[in-house]
Design a protein around this ligand. Structure first.
Ligand code: NAD
Length: 267
């Protein structure tokens, strides 16, 4: 690790999250953007990363491979991008913060493999507010149990690739932990047709896609006579980018292994 600003690589730098990260990191003297990475074939390849993010020139061109010495990488790409950059970080001894969602077993295995040699933090949602919501939902599950109906509803912009959102899945896991409920068959993705009465203990999980919504998550708990709703509303991608930068700073110098946002935010 160097003294002075930490050398950061941003993978997925031409995407919605990548541009937010470029903007925030460029405005913070504690960071030096050392590499701006994207997928082969991206038409932004070769451009100055500052121009891509709509800010002043950064004198770092967008590339598909990385040759610069780094202190940490943040990647918000695609499941295959996550797998590829996790392998790269493991081989090059670079700590990794990953926020890519829609991961399957092979992608998660790549994060585990990298974590044998470097610290790796993956989180479905990097915002402080959502991480509080996860705790509250776990507590609500513990207090209310399976006797209360629970419906998780997420809304995102119409370009989002995966559904339900990684955050909705994390909320489901938190609820299950709280309820002590191990049976995944209780999840109902949307409803259609003559479905009859709601099964006891069922958890509804619903994905709404529209317009430019950054990310809304509502968790409803209902019993005859009362409803409790826990809600997070993201107004800007900057909350995820700021959380990822906070996580990256925290991760530098840690031992190899898997970490979570709750480790970063622990009091
Ligand atoms: P986007 O489509 O706008 O951008 C994706 C970027 O990744 C582009 O620059 C693309 O060229 C690049 N990319 C794709 N495959 C790549 C590869 N193999 N190697 C290198 N670069 C590659 O997407 P986005 O809205 O920025 O979201 C990216 C991911 O982050 C999604 O999975 C999304 O769900 C997730 N996300 C997570 C959080 C969180 O807090 N964890 C918040 C927002 C979005």
């Amino acid at each position: 690790m160097t003294s002075g600003p930490l050398r950061l690589a941003i993978a997925g730098c031409t995407g919605r999250m990548g541009r937010a990260l470029l903007r925030l990191a460029a405005a913070d003297p504690n960071w030096r953007i050392a590499a701006a990475l994207t997928a082969p074939g991206d038409r932004e390849l070769g451009r100055d990363a500052g121009a891509v993010a709509g800010i002043d020139e950064l004198k770092v061109n967008v590339t598909e491979s990385c040759a610069s010495p780094l202190d940490v990488m943040i990647e918000f790409t695609s499941p295959d991008g996550c797998k590829a950059w996790a392998g790269w970080c493991g081989r090059h001894a670079v700590p990794l913060v990953s926020g890519t969602t829609g991961l399957e077993a092979a992608h998660r295995a790549a994060l585990d493999a990298a974590a044998q040699s470097v610290p790796v933090l993956w989180a479905a949602n990097m915002s402080v507010g959502v991480n509080l919501l996860l705790k509250l939902v776990e507590e609500a599950g513990r207090t209310l149990g399976a006797a209360w109906d629970c419906e998780i509803v997420e809304t995102h912009h119409n370009r989002k690739a995966d559904a339900p959102s990684g955050t909705a899945k994390a909320l489901l896991d938190a609820l299950r932990r709280g309820r002590g409920d191990a049976d995944p068959s209780f999840v109902r993705h949307g409803r259609e047709g003559v479905i009859g009465p709601r099964a006891a203990g069922e958890i509804g999980l619903h994905a709404v896609r529209m317009g430019g919504v950054v990310g809304d998550h509502d968790v409803h708990f209902a019993t005859p006579g009362e409803i409790v709703t826990l809600r997070h509303h993201a107004e800007s991608r900057d909350i995820f980018a700021a959380g990822a930068l906070r996580a990256a700073r925290w991760l530098v110098g840690r031992a190899p292994g898997r970490y979570q946002m709750r480790d970063v935010l622990a009091p």
